[in-house]
Ligand binder design. Structure first.
Ligand code: 0GY
Length: 301
């Protein structure tokens, strides 16, 4: 099937730089996606955007170029609850990828078992209206009850402003819960804003809740340019990432978010994203936890 990309779609960066930061051995890119290819794995009819293709081979080549050892592939919303592209990438990864799937209440134990064998270790609940249609909380709780016996976790994706209304739901989840992109704060409000403080309170009060320290390119207002003559890109997101890495060092993950769906002002050089990591994890112990030990606990125990 031929797909026409969403108007204004930005394709992933073709020739990323080689990072200056040498990732520790065994590092995991804990948030990335595959898109199709559409001709082989068609995008879902209910999708809210149509991306460019981004195949498993291209993802694995990026992994090797940047110096990662493994990937955690998150089923992208353009595939809806069709996990075939994700499973295909997992089973061709030579045990170097684990997955986070999207499922609905019809999912059966047999299907979950097959997914587990392929390397799926979690499901994602997406609360962004521009990405998915609304799913009732009781359906999400039914899914939770089905996946919990497999030892899977739940990845939640929401905007920072929506945390107050989602608080009761998140804190009732019995599994480990991994929050995407630091809870997507509005970085212009600063780390001391009531919005980000509420997210910190969530992590302080619930030890089963983890955070991905990801997507500076998405959250940044200052952008990829060097600021004030200094060399680090996405500098305005650093205080958020550093706070989480230093205060919750055993419950943070990071990753590229390649192929970066729905960015509309620039497409990041993935090499620069790797070079952002030592600004949020400032010593080798924090770097090892963020990149190696923590993902190993969740995905390769
Ligand atoms: C991300 C962010 C986005 C998209 C998705 O599944 C998705 O389509 O997650 C977004 O548009 O902000 O995590 O890749």
């Amino acid at each position: 099937m031929e797909f026409k990309k969403t108007k204004g779609w930005l394709d992933w960066y073709a020739n990323p730089s080689k990072p200056k930061f040498a990732l520790p051995e065994g590092s995991v890119d804990s948030h990335c996606h595959v898109f199709g290819p559409g001709a082989e794995f068609p995008f879902a009819p209910e999708r809210k955007y149509t991306p460019c293709d981004a195949s498993k081979q291209q993802l694995f080549a990026l992994r090797d170029h940047l110096g990662f050892d493994k990937n955690v592939i998150v089923g992208a919303s353009c595939h809806g609850t069709d996990n075939r592209a994700l499973i295909d990438a997992l089973i061709h990864s030579n045990d170097k990828a684990r997955g986070v799937a999207t499922v609905n209440r019809q999912i059966t134990e047999v299907e979950l078992e097959k997914m587990h064998l392929a390397g799926v270790r979690g499901v994602r609940f997406n609360f962004l209206k521009r990405l998915v249609d609304f799913t009732p909380k009781e359906e999400l709780m039914e899914i939770t009850a089905k996946i919990a016996p497999f030892g899977w976790h739940i990845v939640v994706h929401f905007e920072g402003v929506d945390l107050p209304e989602l608080w009761d739901f998140f804190t009732a989840l019995p599994t480990k819960v991994v929050v995407d992109h630091m809870g997507r704060p509005d970085v212009s409000k600063g780390v001391n804003s009531s919005e980000f403080r509420l997210f910190i309170k969530l992590l302080n009060e619930y030890e089963n809740i983890w955070s991905k320290v990801t997507c500076p390119e998405r959250l940044s207002i200052s952008g990829p340019q060097a600021l004030n003559g200094e060399q680090n890109a996405y500098k305005d997101v650093v205080p958020f990432g550093r706070y989480l890495v230093e205060n919750f060092s055993n419950r943070v993950l990071t990753g590229t978010d390649w192929p970066h769906p729905n960015l509309n002002n620039h497409m990041p050089d993935d090499g620069l994203l790797v070079d952002w990591i030592p600004h949020i994890a400032c010593n080798s112990e924090l770097q090892r936890k963020l990149l190696v030990d923590n993902p190993a606990k969740l995905y390769w125990p």
